[in-house]
Design a protein around this ligand. Structure first.
Ligand code: FES
Length: 345
């Protein structure tokens, strides 16, 4: 049996299946309600039930007291609806709504996907989840007090493991550690989520993504989130990804992206090589990635652009898209590899 939940302030509506908690259903349907532990301990998901009844579920008695229950409060990570509900809670759409946390994590799996790119999967402690917006990054905290920043490449709904794309970088302390010494089961510490590079979901403008190298990682997170949400809500913003790398081998997850293109009519992929090898037998686009966008669009006045990669690419894209193609300044979103993030991309 399914029940209907209405969020009072936004009038957003979603369905809860038998046995699901309010939070599980909201996340499944692509609505970002705040959460932390997801097991009734932290109180982050606490909200009010304005109409209807729930089974409050098993939770820490200090996190939700009897007095609070009688006042209509519930922990949405534990509360299972027994009727249709009208609830009051915050919905997350801006970065300041999400608490930045420091957490330990374990290296669950490492996959080398190109000669200089390792995908690592991090597992948080059993009772922890990291809430974030698609496109944000985390800092890996190093023993010497330094940190290295990496974009999260998994979508927020797919958070059993946090996925990072680590490029080996001469002199990059963490990257070299990943490629030479790191082993599965190693323990790391992270802080996050961080950054303001995330999908603006209050717009239905078509999107152009421009990524260079492992700048693909946050774009992957955003695209997987957008596909997920559009499947749930029946929306379909047009999206095109221009991914610029040096050689064909650097398109380290090309097959995944090509499969998206087959599966989603609203998505189109343009790979661009800057130093194609004769052995690549490349028939596709060549040159600088942002120039491919300039070639394809006379005007960007009705678009949003999300650019992630080297500062030189991001700056050239910003300058030329705004100056030459009338992209509104506030529709350009970027995450450049600044010096402190130089290992990240
Ligand atoms: S998310 Fe921690 S109590 Fe619900």
């Amino acid at each position: 049996m399914s029940y209907r939940i209405t969020i009072n302030s936004s009038n957003h509506i979603f369905n809860v299946e038998t046995g699901e908690t309010v939070l599980q259903a909201a996340l499944r349907e692509g609505f970002s309600l705040p959460y932390g532990c997801r097991n009734g301990a932290c109180g982050t998901c606490k909200g009010k039930i304005i109409q209807g009844k729930v089974n409050f579920g098993s939770h820490n008695v200090d996190t939700l007291t009897e007095v609070e229950k009688q006042a209509g409060m519930a922990l949405f990570c534990c509360a299972v609806p027994l009727t249709d509900l009208v609830i009051e809670c915050r919905e997350i759409s801006v970065v300041k709504d999400i608490k930045i946390r420091k957490l330990p994590c374990r290296v669950q799996k490492m996959e080398q996907v190109a000669s200089d790119v390792m995908v690592i999967y991090l597992k948080l402690p059993a009772n922890e989840r990291l809430q974030f917006l698609a496109g944000q990054y985390i800092d890996i905290l190093m023993k010497d007090g330094e940190h290295r920043s990496y974009s999260l490449a998994n979508a927020p709904h797919d958070d059993e493991f946090l996925q990072l794309h680590v490029r080996n970088y001469p002199g990059g302390v963490f990257a070299e550690h990943v490629f030479s010494n790191m082993k599965e089961k190693d323990i790391l510490r992270l802080e996050g989520p961080l950054g303001t590079f995330f999908l603006r979901e209050d717009s239905d403008k078509p999107i152009i993504f421009v990524a260079s190298g492992t700048g693909f990682a946050p774009v992957k997170s955003i695209l997987e989130h957008a596909f997920y949400v559009s499947n749930k809500r029946g929306t379909s913003r047009k999206m095109v990804l221009y991914w610029g790398v040096r050689t064909k081998a650097d398109l380290y997850l090309a097959e995944l992206v090509e499969n998206w293109q087959k599966e989603y009519e609203n998505f189109f992929f343009v790979p661009v090589l800057s130093e194609a090898l004769p052995t690549d037998t490349w028939q596709g686009r060549t040159g600088f990635v942002h120039q491919s966008v300039l070639r394809d669009f006379d005007s960007l006045s009705g678009y949003q652009v999300y650019a992630c990669g080297t500062p030189v690419m991001v700056e050239a894209a910003r300058k030329d898209f705004i100056g030459l193609r009338c992209l509104p300044e506030d529709e350009f979103f970027s995450d450049a590899f600044t010096a402190s993030r130089s290992e990240a991309k």
